[in-house]
Ligand binder design. Structure first.
Ligand code: 26Y
Length: 822
């Protein structure tokens, strides 16, 4: 029989409609009369899945037949968001589906709202992984994403009296139509126990790890549909379960309660995503989470390799590439060594020659508190054999590489050692990653330079060719085509329909940047997106805002280095100016925040509280005639970002220079026509290069100036006393102006900026930030000038297509070939 082509698979409207109704009845067990919007959404997803599975099977058969080299992207986080509109777009079914549902009296956008976000990540790192697997499938690269099937993703944020309250996320409480359980690929994972040395078959010594516990890993597959629908790869997420034969004995012996406790413990491993980004508490459960998903993934990779190659590992490094998304999956390195040496009986040398060729490592942060370290005693308890392997890797590294290069230099050995000596001995996961990988990359030019020069200078001296850069990117399918349909349609008309694959094509739009009628079309779309957001803001917060105003948006995790507090004190300064002079000349401005704070991060939560209290006061103050509004949007997440980003006039990217590795929200907002107010940090530098510095409002100290000021000895009081406006704003925090009857509730913010030493130089950058905002205001009041800058920003973001990032990874690190499917 002839193989089906994509053309044969393509559905028309009537077929899709029939399929949705069929699924409503036979899969959802309801009827057109009774069905809830949720049932309709699930029926639609089921109809789409018929298309997806067909292509998934073809992709897998083709990869197997051609025995392709594949990339395995190991990440503790995949922030997928919603998949319905994404999958419809990537299968070219969106319009057809809209029409089919229309005939059934339903609105596709309403049904899409039924889908809970898959929030299996904290922020940038997790969303990057999601964009990357979209691009890998789109470019037809054989790839598998491996991660954790968290029962609860990132907490849902509620705001009560201005404060963040964390509620559990329940994304799969009523089932998720996109995931498929694969019981045939279950794995079993050892933990705890002890290591025994025995005589092997060949007379040599051999290590045997006797596990204290075994955990079952159950894989759930999420199909990842590439744009155009040719390749459908998988994201495989591991769920932990109790190993049944392990507790049957206990159960039968009458120990029902004990067996239930064991079961609960095993299921705890994949129960919840740790909500900290950038600060590491070194918790046992998190180490177990990391080992659990890495060990399951390595077993899965082994099983697939052996199916094609048996126990001949000479092709392993040629067939298998593994990318470590930050240090979170580092334990995969000693795990692969353990499997090759202890289970497959390779020599240490043979195993190591394979191992470091397979792995590469992406660094996402320079913050010392985010670099993972595990206490040696914890490691020894949970993973005794891995600790031995790490000691061996370390000994070989120090003796064979460090000693010859720096003979007798113990200080360098102490610095490069995987083991940190001290009162508590620790395993440094970053050092293990660099030693066990063939490539190490940062995520923006400046960040990669700092990784090389400041974070790992000696490693860079040992292996200059190991360190490289791959600037981050975002998928233009989700972050323009799907979230901003009107602008997408305008671009289709002006530059044709290739831009979702070749985002560089948008550069042709710059020739219309001065064109009156194009400017009007562009700004009419922005205006419409803002009007839609006005409704969302009203519904979510009760706050009335006008689409006349400048929409100024800061959306990202709350962290001192990202400096939401700088934005906050600037808004307070504007408010003061307006109170002092009701005619203060400014275009109306709405400042919008979306941000979650790590539950244990006290100051971050205080900043959220301060933003909300400021909002209450400002939004209800008739004296300022609606010139200033402040909105804190609760529960910031991917699906909310999709509504905020198309409506942004101004994109706040105001981290202290040298601290934001890249940023990716900056790319998304510029792509949708926002003007960046930002520091020369992370990818902002490259955005300003692409758009032209005159089209961004760049302010503040650069990386060298930050270093110089810190070296000189930074004193925030210098700025406090020198700037009377800044002093008045900070003193405001000690009053009860924003918290009537409760003075001091906001004082922690002032304290952190003065007594606390202001580690992120907020006060040093305040004046420059305020000037940049004046510039923004002047620009906005010239509609043609603003439109031109907005258009140029959007049209010049081609570089930040995640397809380009993936192509860079392929050429600089992975050495992959695209695989044509059917
Ligand atoms: C160790 C553990 C607590 C931890 C968990 C999550 C540490 C870090 C993280 C997440 C980090 C993260 O999201 N980093 C961001 O990665 C983005 C993608 O590269 C960058 O754009 C962004 O600048 C960086 O902060």
């Amino acid at each position: 029989t002839k193989k089906k082509t994509d053309q044969d698979l393509q559905l028309d409207k009537d077929q899709l409609k029939a399929s949705i109704v069929r699924h409503l009845r036979s899969t959802l067990g309801t009827s057109e009369q009774k069905a809830s919007p949720e049932a309709w959404w699930k029926a639609t997803a089921a109809a789409v899945n018929e298309q997806v599975y067909e292509r998934l099977t073809r992709t897998q058969q083709t990869h197997f037949k051609k025995d392709t080299r594949a990339i395995h992207y190991l990440s503790a986080e995949f922030l997928m968001g919603r998949l319905t509109s994404n999958n419809l777009h990537n299968l070219s079914l969106y319009k057809i589906c809209e029409e089919a549902l229309g005939e059934l009296g339903l609105e596709l956008t309403d049904l899409c709202e039924q889908e809970p976000d898959m929030a299996l990540g904290n922020g940038g790192l997790g969303r990057l992984a999601a964009c990357f697997i979209d691009s890998l499938a789109t470019l037809n690269y054989p790839a598998v994403g491996y991660g954790i099937h968290y029962e609860h993703g990132l907490f849902r944020q509620e705001i009560q009296d201005g404060r963040q309250i964390e509620r559990p996320d329940t994304w799969r409480e009523y089932g998720n139509p996109w995931e498929i359980c694969r019981p045939e690929s279950v794995q079993e994972i050892p933990l705890y126990g002890y290591v025994e040395t025995v005589f092997g078959d060949n007379g040599g010594l051999k290590k045997v790890w006797h596990a204290g516990r075994k955990i079952k890993g159950v894989p759930w597959d999420i199909p990842v549909v590439g744009f155009g629908g040719h390749t459908v790869n998988i994201l495989r997420l591991w769920e932990s379960r109790a190993s049944e034969f392990f507790d049957w004995d206990v159960f039968n012996a009458g120990g029902y309660v004990d067996s239930q406790a064991e079961k609960a413990q095993a299921e705890t491993i994949s129960k919840v995503l740790y909500p900290n980004d950038e600060t590491d508490a070194g918790k046992e459960l998190r180490l177990i989470q990391q080992y659990f998903f890495c060990a399951c993934s390595i077993k899965d990779i082994m099983r697939r390799y052996k199916r094609a190659h048996g126990s001949d590992f000479s092709n392993f490094a040629a067939q298998i590439a593994i990318q470590l998304n930050d240090t979170h999956p580092t334990v995969a390195i000693p795990e692969l060594m353990r499997v090759l040496v202890d289970e497959e009986d390779l020599t240490w040398e043979a195993a190591w020659a394979i191992c470091y060729r397979v792995f590469s490592y992406t660094n996402h942060t320079l913050l010392p508190e985010a670099l993972e370290k595990w206490s040696v005693s914890l490691f020894e308890k949970v993973l005794p054999r891995h600790l031995e392997i790490i000691y061996e890797i370390n000994a070989q590294f120090l003796n064979k590489l460090v000693e010859p290069k720096w003979p007798g230099d113990d200080a360098i050995k102490a610095k490069l050692s995987i083991i940190e000596e001290g009162a508590v001995r620790k395993v440094r996961m970053g050092n293990l990653c660099v030693i066990g990988s063939s490539k190490v990359n940062g995520v923006a030019e400046i960040h990669s330079k700092l990784v090389k020069e400041d974070l790992f200078p000696e490693f860079a001296a040992l292996w200059p060719e190991k360190m490289c850069n791959v600037t981050n990117g975002v998928t233009p399918r989700r972050w323009l085509l799907a979230c901003n349909p009107e602008l997408a349609e305008l671009y289709n008309e002006v530059v044709g329909k290739e831009w979702p694959l070749q985002l560089d094509k948008l550069r042709a739009v710059t020739q219309f940047a001065d064109d009156k009628s194009f400017q009007q079309q562009f700004m009419r779309i922005k205006r419409h997106n803002k009007e839609k957001l006005v409704k969302v803001i009203k519904a979510e917060t009760g706050i009335d805002v006008s689409a006349e105003a400048i929409f100024d948006i800061q959306i990202k995790r709350l962290h001192e280095y990202k400096r939401q507090q700088l934005n906050l004190i600037h808004i307070m300064a504007l408010y003061r100016r307006l109170l002092a002079n009701p005619d203060y000349d400014m275009h109306p401005r709405v400042f919008i925040f979306g941000s979650k704070a790590a539950p244990g991060y006290k100051l971050a939560k205080d900043i959220i509280y301060a933003i909300n209290k400021l909002a209450e006061r400002v939004n209800n103050d008739a004296r300022i005639q609606g010139k200033l509004k402040v909105v804190f949007m609760p529960n910031y997440r991917v699906s909310l970002a999709e509504k905020l980003i198309p409506a942004a006039d101004v994109s706040e990217q105001i981290s202290t220079a040298g601290y934001e590795a890249s940023g990716t929200g900056n790319m998304k907002m510029a792509l949708n026509g926002a003007i960046t107010i930002g520091t020369l940090d992370g990818a902002n530098i490259e955005i300003a290069e692409e758009a032209g510095a005159e089209n961004c409002a760049i302010f503040g100290l650069n990386v060298d100036e930050v270093k110089a000021l810190k070296a000189r000895g930074y004193n925030p009081y210098d700025f406090y006393y020198a700037n009377s406006e800044l002093k008045a704003v900070l003193d405001w925090f000690d009053t009860d102006y924003f918290t009537p009857g409760r003075p001091g509730e906001l004082s922690s913010i002032k304290r952190s900026l003065l007594e606390g030493g202001d580690p992120y130089l907020t006060l040093a950058d305040f004046a420059s930030y305020s000037d940049a905002h004046k510039l923004i205001d002047t620009w906005y009041r010239d509609p043609a000038l603003w439109a031109k800058k907005a258009i140029i920003n959007s049209a010049t973001m081609g570089k930040f297509n995640s397809d380009r990032s993936i192509q860079d990874y392929v050429e600089r690190i992975w050495n992959l070939k695209a695989c044509d499917i059917g």
